[in-house]
Structures are given as structure tokens and as C-alpha cells.
Design a binder for this molecule. Structure first.
Ligand code: MOS
Length: 745
């Protein structure tokens, strides 16, 4: 690498990689402190009703047990449900752990055993005897369809269904070509490598909290509201997060329980969940899509109807954006969209990578494939025929949309032209080979984010913001941006994140962090650069005299005149001459109101899949995926590619493997472990080819970045289902497409 090469745009390795692979990076359950106690959660055995009695005598008598908390015995905390609301939660009454005897779902935390060791706490938890007054529960989503209703209150940030536009029913009746279908996606569970955990270090009334969370600010607000603490007495950290994907957006019960126990016992406490305890927890809601499409003879859509029904809990109305993508992608002249919720006696569902989009897009992109087949038209040609040049949902132009380039470049790389439209026509050995494609789309957003930049006398730069890096590469891209801004090497920059005392940032989610924190870090570094230049007059000989920020460049640890590079001074020399120990600047970046008012901004993808379907075993192998992405400027092709690969792998899991099954008699998720809930393993993953098409976007964010943490999963399942149809001639409208479904005649 040349010293003067810019880092932004270059495929740099993760700056936090060595710490992670050597185990030096500490996670929430790895912060140790003398006298640390361990809590183990007892979960409800019934799905609905009341706790009749809870007998903790045997557990309390066990040597090493310090306390057993339950609704009968817990330290004071807020009682109003509103205090338990957090920055991103849906409308409703959030769970108040150990608040009273009411049971809302199976596995609901009802007691916490605190002991000298995790093992003692876990054993003692098995000695807690609970009797219940059970009431009839309902966990059956399919049977609940008839009582699905519109959300009573809107969730912040989730748009209501667009339209209606025209008379979709009439247009559908009149259309010469039409299809209709029901598309179902199973309940899916989060299985990040790191299960949820919180370590609370208690220090004379002050709490230091190491939480598995995607935003320390969210945990801080929750803890201070619920327990009536002052912000200056609580500090939350989550410097490393072993996978978030949405599971760590909201503060969860392990945080509540650990803080409650620490305050009650005036001791340091850790509460760690086991893998099976992750299941009565955040999950992607089971969702049903009802879609009908009508088209004219030339392939132009005449009518679109798309209604989705999602599962939610009885206590909160979880909502996500499922249906709007359909009219956004194809702008039909008549459309009717709807979104309903079916409340069940289950834990509140939560956000999971691109919440809503992979579900609705699976439906619409399967339906488009069906329509193309019905018309004898190439599926890609049908998409191009109905390509939306504007956002007709919002009646606004796009800031940029290079989806056409995604289709073109992706098709070429994949070899789409070799697809035979006659299903089942390609066979190799006992496998049938099929090719399919689909479109992906996701939001491109900027959120209000602050960052600080500090230069020390030795010429080292530190940048800091409260946002997290949940494995996306945030440490790395922020380091790259900061290094370029002051002409430094990556090794000369330290990036600090995920500490609630740092400049404010929202949760890391929604694919907005690169655009938002990136711009904030760049702005802080620019402000720092100006301040430094203004101090340059102290350098003997005044080499930079009279030069403004536009006349100089920062390179190789120096500021030099653009016109005459001989006129320069090192950052260190300026700091020394001005007798500065440190120089700092802080800036805040906000969404641009003009862009928000006038434009729509999205990322797009074209996904191509090749599958092989074993006739005798019903097994599907996804042997090739090409994912062509338009996401604005790519800050680091290496970490960006790994985001898309991760999303594609999850798309494969969604299409073929992932499904949480409920025993409706018990009202409980049954396959609550990694043996029976199958996530893709290495053997399931073959060739994944990621392409970033050139997309210039001057409006979405200051750096031209759109974000790409989520787009990789959107569309992948539809491309795979469409490929399976091309291989077998059979249409699978219910995910996952497991061997038993493929084998069924
Ligand atoms: Mo993502 S589901 O916004 O963490």
C-alpha cells in the first residue's frame, strides 16, 4: 500500500479483527469483577394465566444461593408500563418482568435465582416450584387469520400501507393475465453467536453495565426510567456485540433482571441467557401474504393487491414494513395494499434483518415469477417492463436508483441467458437444476448522530461516537474515514464506540450507521482539521501562513499546501509549536430536511440463484447466488461484501431451513436449540458472488453512502423459490422449503 492511498473505498481488513480472533475483545458476559454474582432466569411453563404460588424455599436453602427474586419479592421499580418503553419498541404495554402474577407467554421470566456461580444458580432454579392458574391460550397463527385487524396504533418509523390507487379489484377482473397466491413465511428465531447477557458492576450506587445491545443509549434510557436512576450514575457499554441483526435493538429482560438484582443486593450481578432461553424472545413473526396481480398483453401490470398478516403478542403491536415494497418496485396504475396483525399468546416478535422486507418481497417476487410464467415472458423482462422510475407511493423521485444496472450486470455474471423457461428441462445425474431471480429493496436512511475527534500531542487521532458495531465493520469504516480526513494511517487512529458517555447516536440498525456515523466522524474530523490549521501559525517559519482549509491537504501526517507541497508542517509539529496536549471537535449530522421532503431513497439488488434439487431425497442445494447491489458509495468493499454474504446466507436459511415450530397444546416454541432449529452450516453454502454496481448519490447522505447491512437478505428467498420452480415445475409458496415439502407429491 502506498502511504498516500486513500483508505475510503479500499478493501481494508477489519481493525477489530485481531482482537476478535484472539479472544481479546470482551463481550457482555466476559467482564469480570470481584464478588460477581450470577443470575439464572426461571421461565413460565404456561402460555397464559396467573402464577398461583411460587415456592422458593428449596432454592434459597441451597448453599451458594444469595437470593431468589420473583413478583412476591423484588426491589422497587417503576410500575407504569410507559416507563418500560424504549427507543424502538412498538406501541403497547412492554413486559414488566416480575411485576405481577400475570403470564403473557410461555417462557416469560417469572423468577431470578442469584448465586455465587452460574451452575449453582442454574441448579437452584430447577428447585423453584411454581403452580399456575392456567387459562386457555391461543398460539395458532393459521387459525387466527379471521380475527386479524389493522394495528390500533402506528409504530414509529413504520409507514402505513401506501395507496389505494385506482380500482384494483375491477382492474384485476378485466386483466387478460392474472395470478393470485398465498405466501407464508414461518416464525424464525434470532440465533446470534453471542446469546444475550448483561454484567452489572455495582460501585456504591453507581452502575457500570456491560450489555448485549445494539445501542447503549437505548439501555441507558430504559434503566434510568425503570429504576429511577440518574443518568450520571449509570454507564452502559457494548464495545463488541456477537451479532445483533435486530435481536439487540430493544433492552431485554436479562438487562432488567441484572440491574434489579444488583440494586437489590448492592452487589455486581451477571445474567446470561442460555441458547434455549433465547427462544421465548425476539423472533421474526410468522407472516401470511395474499397477493394478486393482473397484467395487460404487453406485460404491464394493470392491478396489484397485496395484504399481509403478521403475528404479534397480546401486549404489544409489533409492526414492520411488509407490503409497501410491492407498489414501490412496480408502480402499478391500480393497487390495494393492506397490513394486519393477529395477536397471540406469544412473546412480542421483533426486528430481524430488514424487518418486513424479505417477507413481502418473497411474496411479490414469487408472484411476479408466476405472472411471467403465465404470460410466457422472461421473468427479468417482466421486471424491466414494470420498472418504477419514480416512487409512486410517495410521488417523489429517487435520490438514485441503479437497479437496472443490477439486473444487467447480475444477469451477465450469472449467465441468466442459459435459463430454459421450461421447468424441469435441465437435469444432472439425479438432480434437477433450476435458475431463478428476484429483486431486493431496502431503506437508505440517515439518523441524527454525533461524533468527536481528538488529536493528541503525539499526532494520534481518536474518534468516538456512542453507536455500536454489531459485526458490520463500523470500527473499520470509521477508522478509514478519520484516517483519510487527517492524512493518517489506520494504525494512527483509534475508534471508540458503544459507551453511553460518548457523543450520542441511535441504535445500530436499519442500515443507517455507515451513512450517519460515517458522516458525523467525517464532519468532526473536518472541524478538527480547521482548528489545527488555525494553530499552524505557531510553527517556526510559518510555512502554512495565509492558507485556508481548501488550499491544503492532509497527507502522510502533514498538512501541506496543494500548490507547493514543500510548504508543510507535521501535525505533531503544529501541536508542539502551539503547546497543545489535545485538540478536539464534535459535530452532529442530521437527516437533510430537503432530501426528506422531496426525494425517496432506497438500496436495491438483483439476486440470481441456481439450485439443484435431489429427486430422491427432496434436498435442495443452492449452488450459486449472484447478488448485484446498488447501495451508493462503498466505503470498504471487503467489509461490504461480507455484509451481503451474511445476508445471502440468511436468505438461504430462510428459504430452506429456518422454522420455529409451536406445540399449540403447550403454547410453546418446541425446537429451541441449534440441533433442531437449523441455521445454514458451511455444507449448506456454496458459491456466493457479490457485485456492487456504480451508484452515485449526492442526496441521501453527505458521503454518498446508502448502507448495506440488510439489503443482502431481501429477495434471496424469492430467487431461490423461483429457481426451485424452474428446476421442478412446482411452486412453493410456504417457507422454508424443506425436503418433506419437496418430496410430497
Ligand atoms: Mo436491524 S433488524 O435494524 O438490527
Amino acid at each position: 500500500m502506498l502511504r498516500n492511498d486513500p483508505h475510503v473505498g479500499a478493501p481494508r481488513s477489519r481493525v477489530d479483527g485481531p482482537a476478535k480472533v484472539t479472544g481479546a475483545a470482551p463481550y457482555a458476559a466476559e467482564f469480570n469483577t470481584p464478588g460477581l454474582l450470577h443470575g439464572y432466569v426461571v421461565g413460565s411453563a404456561i402460555a397464559k394465566g396467573k402464577i398461583a404460588s411460587i415456592d422458593v424455599a428449596a432454592a434459597e436453602a441451597l448453599p451458594g444461593v444469595v437470593a431468589v427474586f420473583s413478583h412476591k419479592k423484588r426491589p422497587a421499580g417503576a410500575w407504569r408500563a410507559a416507563k418500560y418503553r424504549d427507543d424502538v419498541g412498538p406501541p403497547g404495554k412492554p413486559l414488566r418482568p416480575l411485576y405481577n402474577a400475570d403470564i403473557h407467554y410461555s417462557g416469560q421470566p417469572i423468577a431470578l435465582v442469584v448465586a455465587e456461580s452460574f451452575e449453582i444458580a442454574r441448579y437452584a432454579a430447577s428447585l423453584v416450584k411454581v403452580s399456575y392458574r392456567a387459562e386457555a391460550h391461543d398460539t395458532d397463527f393459521r387459525a387466527s387469520r379471521g380475527r386479524a385487524a389493522n394495528p390500533s396504533r402506528k409504530r414509529n418509523g413504520i409507514p402505513a400501507p401506501a395507496g389505494p390507487e385506482g380500482d384494483a379489484e375491477k382492474a384485476q377482473r378485466a386483466a387478460p393475465f392474472k395470478i393470485a397466491g398465498e405466501y407464508r413465511i414461518a416464525t424464525e428465531h434470532h440465533n446470534p453467536m453471542e446469546p444475550h447477557a448483561t454484567t452489572v458492576v455495582y460501585d456504591g450506587g453507581k452502575l457500570t453495565i456491560h450489555d448485549k445491545i445494539q445501542g447503549v443509549t437505548n439501555s441507558l434510557g430504559y434503566v434510568t426510567r425503570v429504576f429511577g436512576l440518574r443518568e450520571e450514575d449509570v454507564r452502559v457499554f457494548s464495545p463488541f456485540v456477537g451479532g445483533g441483526f435486530g435481536s439487540g435493538l430493544r433492552p431485554h429482560h436479562q438487562l432488567f433482571l441484572a440491574v434489579m438484582a444488583a440494586l437489590g443486593l448492592k452487589r455486581s450481578v451477571r445474567v446470561e441467557l442460555t441458547r434455549d432461553q433465547m427462544f421465548p424472545f425476539v423472533h421474526r413473526p410468522e407472516t401470511l401474504n395474499l397477493v394478486s396481480l393482473g397484467a395487460d398483453h404487453d406485460g404491464r401490470l394493470a392491478a396489484m393487491r397485496h395484504e399481509a398478516i403478521g403475528a404479534t403478542s397480546r401486549i404489544e403491536e409489533h409492526q414492520e414494513a411488509v407490503v409497501n415494497w410491492s407498489s414501490l418496485l412496480y408502480a402499478p396504475p391500480a393497487f390495494d395494499l393492506g397490513y394486519k396483525l393477529a395477536p397471540l399468546d406469544i412473546p412480542t416478535p421483533g426486528d430481524m434483518r430488514a424487518p418486513g422486507a424479505p417477507l413481502g418481497v418473497f411474496a411479490i417476487e414469487s408472484a411476479m415469477d408466476e405472472l411471467a410464467e403465465a404470460m410466457g415472458m422472461d421473468p427479468l423482462a417482466l421486471r424491466l417492463r414494470n420498472y418504477a422510475e419514480r416512487d409512486e407511493n410517495e410521488d417523489a423521485p429517487f435520490t438514485s436508483k441503479e437497479l437496472r444496472a443490477c439486473y444487467q450486470v447480475g444477469a451477465e455474471r450469472f449467465g441468466w441467458s442459459r435459463r430454459n423457461p421450461v421447468p424441469g428441462s435441465l437435469r444432472e445425474g439425479r438432480e434437477r437444476v433450476g435458475l431463478g431471480m428476484a429483486t431486493g429493496v431496502w431503506d437508505a436512511q440517515v439518523t441524527t448522530t454525533s461524533a468527536r475527534a481528538v488529536l493528541d500531542a503525539g499526532g494520534r487521532l481518536e474518534v468516538a461516537t456512542a453507536t455500536a458495531d454489531i459485526g458490520t465493520g463500523t470500527y473499520t469504516i470509521l477508522t478509514q474515514i478519520a484516517a483519510d480526513a487527517l492524512g493518517l494511517e489506520l494504525e494512527e487512529v483509534t475508534t471508540n464506540l458503544a459507551d453511553s458517555t460518548l457523543p450520542k447516536a441511535p441504535v445500530q440498525g436499519g442500515s443507517w450507521t455507515a451513512a450517519s456515523a460515517g458522516a458525523a466522524v467525517q464532519a468532526a474530523c473536518r472541524a478538527l482539521a480547521k482548528r489545527l490549521l488555525s494553530q499552524a501559525g505557531a510553527v517556526p517559519g510559518k510555512p502554512l501562513a495565509g492558507l485556508s482549509i481548501d488550499d491544503v491537504r492532509f497527507v502522510g501526517g502533514r498538512i501541506e499546501s496543494r500548490e507547493d507541497p514543500a510548504k508543510s508542517a507535521t501535525l505533531k509539529a503544529i501541536m508542539a509549536a502551539a503547546e497543545l496536549d489535545r485538540l478536539e471537535a464534535e459535530e452532529t449530522v442530521r437527516p437533510n430536511p430537503l432530501t426528506l421532503a422531496r426525494y425517496s431513497s432506497y438500496t436495491h439488488s438483483a439476486v440470481f440463484a441456481e439450485v439443484r434439487v435431489d429427486d430422491e431425497l427432496g434436498q435442495v442445494r443452492v449452488t450459486r447466488i449472484v447478488s448485484a447491489i446498488a447501495a451508493g458509495r462503498i466505503l470498504n468493499p471487503k467489509t461490504a461484501r461480507s455484509q451481503i454474504i451474511g445476508g445471502v446466507v440468511w436468505g438461504i436459511g430462510m428459504s430452506l431451513h429456518e422454522e420455529t415450530l409451536t406445540d399449540h397444546k403447550l403454547g410453546r416454541f418446541m425446537n429451541h436449540n441449534l440441533a433442531e432449529y437449523h441455521v445454514p452450516a458451511n455444507a449448506d453454502i456454496h458459491d456466493i458472488d457479490v457485485i456492487f454496481v456504480d451508484e452515485r448519490d449526492e442526496r441521501t447522505s453527505p458521503m454518498g453512502v446508502k448502507g448495506l447491512g440488510e439489503i443482502g437478505i431481501v429477495g434471496t428467498a424469492a430467487a431461490i423459490a423461483n429457481a426451485i420452480h424452474n428446476a421442478t415445475g412446482r411452486r412453493f409458496r410456504s417457507l422454508p422449503i424443506t425436503p418433506d415439502k419437496v418430496m410430497r407429491p
